[in-house]
Structure formats: C-alpha cells, structure tokens
Design a protein around this ligand. Sequence first.
Ligand SMILES: Nc1ncnc2c1ncn2[C@@H]1O[C@H](COP(=O)(O)OP(=O)(O)OP(=O)(O)O)[C@@H](O)[C@H]1O
Ligand SMILES: [Mg+2]
Length: 163
Amino acid sequence: MGNFEYNKLSLTSKNEAETQRYGEILGSLLKKGSIVALDGQLGAGKTYFSKGIAKGAGVKDSRVVTSPTFTLINEYIGNVSVFHMDAYRITSVDEMYELGCDEIFSCGAITIIEWAERVKECLPANILNIYISYITISERLIRIFDSANLYREVLQGIRDRPR
Ligand SMILES: Nc1ncnc2c1ncn2[C@@H]1O[C@H](COP(=O)(O)OP(=O)(O)OP(=O)(O)O)[C@@H](O)[C@H]1O
Ligand SMILES: [Mg+2]
C-alpha cells in the first residue's frame, strides 16, 4: 500500500448516532493520560463525538455528557476520570492555565478539548487530533491524526473494529 499513512485515519458518518458510535470506539481504546483535541465548525458534531468517547471510557450515563460551552470544563467518572473542555469561549492562554489545564493533562485522566485549535499553545505534545467537517447536512468526515505517533495502537484498533 503505497501512500498508506499509519498516523492518519478518516471515517465518514451518516448521522449523529454514527458519530457517537465512532467516539465510543475511540473512547474504549484510549489509555489513561490520553488527550483528544477536537476541531470542526459550529455544529460539526464535536459534542456528539465527545459523548461517545465518554461512553467508551466507561461513563455509564452519557446524558451527563453535555457541552461545556459555559462551564468550560466538565468531569465525568468512567473507568478513569474524563475531563471535557470547551475552548470556544476561552479568550486567553492565561484563562486555560487558570482552569488548571496542566494539572488535568498530567493527572492520568482522559481529556477531550473541543475547539482545541484556539488554545493550541497550551496543549502538550501527546495529543490526538480529530477534525470533523461537513460533507452534507447529515454526513460528516471525521479525520484522526496522530501527529506525535503515540496513538498507533488506538488507530489500529479503530481500523480493526468491525462496523
Ligand atoms: N453525522 C452527524 N454527526 C454529528 N452530528 C450531526 C450529524 N448529522 C447531523 N448532525 C447534527 O449536527 C449537530 C452536532 O451538534 P454538536 O453539538 O455535536 O456539534 P459541536 O461540533 O459540538 O458544536 P459546537 O461548535 O456548538 O460545540 C446536532 O444538531 C446533530 O443533530
Ligand atoms: Mg460542542
């Protein structure tokens, strides 16, 4: 396979349930300390995908997984703690540090950051990037990019998963 790239993976989703299901597959494969940087336009499906990650990480009631647009950060208890941040309203790097991002990133939890691009200066190297974009009103392209090459097994686990 000539230009097959091991650190990239694309998925197409037909509806929000499928987006959530892909998140769930990812969440079930993530190890403690994983950091998922989610980007994509308003309404792309970042929160649906996050719900799935939380479910896959063992958060029993995914109804508790709601957009932290105003609270900036939510914590859920699964097999490990899951921190869910939303940087949409974060206007400065200082605000991110005041929220305790460094402690969160290094505490062995799983962290999800919506609108991660806005706070990229504050993110460590061990992030897994996910970009969600519109194909049509109900279809999405979900691109996963393991820039640091630290999530190889996770990407392989997604490829191996029957759909
Ligand atoms: N394939 C799909 N995957 C995910 N959401 C979809 C899909 N098709 C349609 N939708 C709709 O798009 C919206 C996605 O909402 P969601 O809150 O997950 O987006 P978001 O990226 O988190 O937005 P925000 O930028 O406001 O945080 C929902 O209204 C959902 O019903
Ligand atoms: Mg959202």
